[in-house]
Every structure is written in structure tokens, then in C-alpha cells.
Design a protein around this ligand. Structure first.
Ligand code: AMP
Length: 217
């Protein structure tokens, strides 16, 4: 099963993706996580990407496409994957189609998580992330058991540099202008299903599972 999760920043893609991947034994591929790993390792890609990320802009397509091409060849993606945060532009979606054709793979579903703009800033400024395992928390709706520490490995949680009000507003604008057009691209391929990303995490998760249950095999 190969899935794409789409939605504005803070829609809950990463949180839901982690659970879906665990339950269905598929691998989450988050381009944002990969880029952040490059930044913390100080690689050339990380150095190039950092300015774009911190200002809320997209990293150029050619860098992202090269990253994905290398990544999708790894063995952990053989038994299925969930793309979280990729593709984010029409050229990326077209490049993905080309790559999938070469790999003789296809996408089974593009799931769009919808959340109104007014919820996004509140969600992201209260988001905290584990630097070790990537688990995501919300200070009010999904807090860690022990303040400031990851439930899974005890690491100190951090606020992403791009989760401040100014950058979030920019990221939302970028989503509308550059990423939303790919919903139409995938609608033409009859791959899109949309769900409401507002509500209890557990309920949203159930709704996603219902969609996955009904996927044509
Ligand atoms: P995310 O963790 O998905 O919110 O991504 C954080 C940031 O990484 C984005 O705001 C972009 O700057 C960059 N990024 C992640 N994925 C992509 C992508 N597919 N294309 C371009 N930039 C990306």
C-alpha cells in the first residue's frame, strides 16, 4: 500500500502517519524529517535547505526530487510507504509519477486532511517534537506524560524554528499557492479522498482507517 498525505502545515499529517505506518507496517517518508536530519548532520543539502525552511519557503524542487529518488530505492520502502510532506508542487508530483513508473509502483490513495486556517497557527505554536524519535505532541490536546519529555524515549522536546506565527503564516500561503494545485492533479487520477482534520485524534484515525479498509486492492 502506497499512500500520500496532503494538508496544510499542522493538519496532523505526521501524527496520523506515524500511527497508520505502525498499524499497516508501511514506512513513513517525511521530506521535512529527512531535511531536518540533514541540517543537524551539517550536510551540503542541509546547509542549502536550512534558509528556505526557516523562512517558510519550499526547498527547490530539484533538491527534493533528488532526495526522494535516492530514498525510495531503499529496502524499507519495498513493502509500502506513506509520503508525508511530498509532493508539495506540481513538478514534484510529475517527477514522482515518472519515478513510480520506473520502479513499477503506483499510489493507492491521496488523503487530504482539511483544517481551517484559524486553527493552524494555534496548533503549530503549541506543537512540540521529539528530536530522537520524531514523535509530535500538542501542549494542550496531546501533551506528553511528563512535561517537556518524550513519552517514548525521554528526550527533551523542542519547538521547531519554523513553528512561529510569522513563518507559519508564510507556510500556509505557500501551501495554498504551490501545494493545493496538486489536489486537482490527483483528482484527475481519481485518487483523492478528503477528511476533516479537526476533532479528536482517535476519531480522525478511525476515519482514515475506514477509508483504507475500502481501498480497492
Ligand atoms: P514539514 O516538516 O513537512 O512541515 O516541512 C518543513 C519544511 O521543509 C517546509 O516548510 C519546507 O521548507 C521543507 N520541505 C519539506 N518537504 C518539502 C517538499 N516536498 N518540497 C519542498 N520543501 C519541502
Amino acid at each position: 500500500m502506497n499512500l500520500i498525505f496532503l494538508g496544510p502545515p499542522g493538519a496532523g499529517k505526521g501524527t496520523q502517519a506515524q500511527r497508520i505506518c505502525w498499524e499497516y507496517s508501511i514506512t513513513q517518508l517525511s521530506t521535512g524529517d529527512l531535511l531536518r536530519a540533514h541540517i543537524s548532520k551539517g550536510t551540503n543539502l542541509g546547509k542549502e535547505a536550512e534558509g528556505y525552511i526557516n523562512s517558510g519557503n519550499l526547498v527547490p524542487d530539484e533538491l527534493i526530487i533528488a532526495l526522494i529518488k535516492e530514498e525510495l530505492l531503499l529496502p524499507q520502502y519495498k513493502s509500502g510507504y506513506l509520503l508525508d510532506g511530498f509532493p508539495r508542487t506540481v513538478p514534484q508530483a510529475i517527477a514522482l509519477d515518472k519515478l513510480l513508473e520506473e520502479l513499477q509502483q503506483s499510489i493507492d490513495l491521496v488523503l487530504v486532511l482539511e483544517v481551517p486556517d484559524e486553527d493552524i497557527v494555534e496548533r503549530l505554536t503549541a506543537r512540540r517534537t521529539c528530536p530522537t524519535c520524531g514523535k509530535v505532541y500538542h501542549l494542550v490536546f496531546n501533551p506528553p506524560l511528563s512535561e517537556g519529555r518524550c513519552d517514548l524515549d525521554g528526550s527533551e522536546l523542542f519547538l521547531r524554528k519554523d513553528d512561529n506565527e510569522e513563518t507559519v503564516t508564510k507556510r500556509l500561503k505557500v501551501y495554498k499557492e504551490q501545494t493545493m494545485p496538486i489536489i486537482n492533479y490527483y483528482q484527475q487520477k481519481d485518487l483523492v479522498q478528503t477528511i476533516n482534520g479537526v476533532g479528536r485524534l482517535e476519531q480522525i484515525y478511525k476515519n482514515i482507517k475506514n477509508i483504507l479498509k475500502n481501498l480497492k486492492k
